[in-house]
Ligand binder design. Structure first.
Ligand code: MN
Length: 248
């Protein structure tokens, strides 16, 4: 078993170290993670400059690029062979609902999925690394299960773990993505040189958090597992658009 581990919080993040330790109990592990915190970079690839890969004293590789860069470089040139699994995280904070569109954690896993490698993104729902060890035990259980009973076809799983000491004993629920309200407004500041600066505001609260969603599961004290796909086509709207473009 050969597992590639990445994240978006950077190669020094506690969540990465915890996930790597878990993965080492399943086989050989390669770590390729961003040099700096690259949260919120989505699926960005660095195309305007070359990338460098460095190796830390602990053997972790780190790249001066995005989470997707890390997995892309690993899969297409750095690793001697194709991994059996790509895992990403454990992220510092939730990746639920629309978060998944912005998340570098999900994107790193998605890059594996796009290359046909099964992939899992792990996130700890509250920021601050509280109960990271319990979240790592959840990751261990999920990885053990997918290795023991591999899901059919190509798959990408998004896992959100409540930050609780008893996380490993919580029920695990298969969920769909909920939705968030639009982000909070930007926060305006004035720099020491009198320039106006804008901070992107925090994510909105859950808007669609009904039964069956990731938000709902986590609020009920459950571990949320959402199978993701990449096709953004609005399949349900295709007939209406056909009529719009060719009315009869
Ligand atoms: Mn992050």
């Amino acid at each position: 078993m050969h597992i590639l581990v990445a994240n978006d919080d950077g190669y020094l993040a506690p969540g990465l170290a915890a996930l790597v330790e878990v993965c080492r109990s399943f086989g050989t592990v390669d770590v390729v993670a961003p040099e700096q915190n690259a949260s919120g970079t989505s699926n960005a690839l660095t195309l305007q400059r070359p990338l460098s890969v460095y190796t830390a004293a602990n053997g972790f590789h780190y790249v001066n690029g995005t989470p997707s860069d890390c997995v892309h470089v690993a899969l297409t040139g750095l690793l001697p062979r194709r991994p059996d699994l790509v895992v990403s995280g454990i992220n510092n904070g939730a990746n639920m609902g629309d978060d998944t569109l912005y998340s570098g954690t999900v994107a790193a896993a998605m890059e594996g999925y796009l290359f046909g490698v099964p992939a899992i993104a792990f996130s700890l729902v509250e920021k601050g690394w509280q109960h990271l060890d319990a979240a790592a035990e959840v990751a261990r259980a999920v990885i053990a299960q997918v290795l023991h009973t591999p899901p059919a076809g190509a798959w990408l799983l998004n896992v959100n773990v409540p930050a609780r000491a008893d996380a490993a004993r919580l029920p695990r629920r298969i969920t769909r993505l909920g939705r968030r309200h639009a982000s909070e407004p930007v926060i305006r500041q004035t720099s020491p040189r009198g320039e106006t600066l804008y901070w992107i505001g925090p994510a909105g609260d859950a808007r669609e958090a009904g039964e069956g969603t990731d938000f709902h599961a986590v609020a009920q004290g459950q571990v949320s597992l959402t199978p993701l796909q990449v096709d953004l086509t609005d399949h349900a709207a295709l007939p209406a658009w056909q009529h719009w473009v060719q009315p009869r």
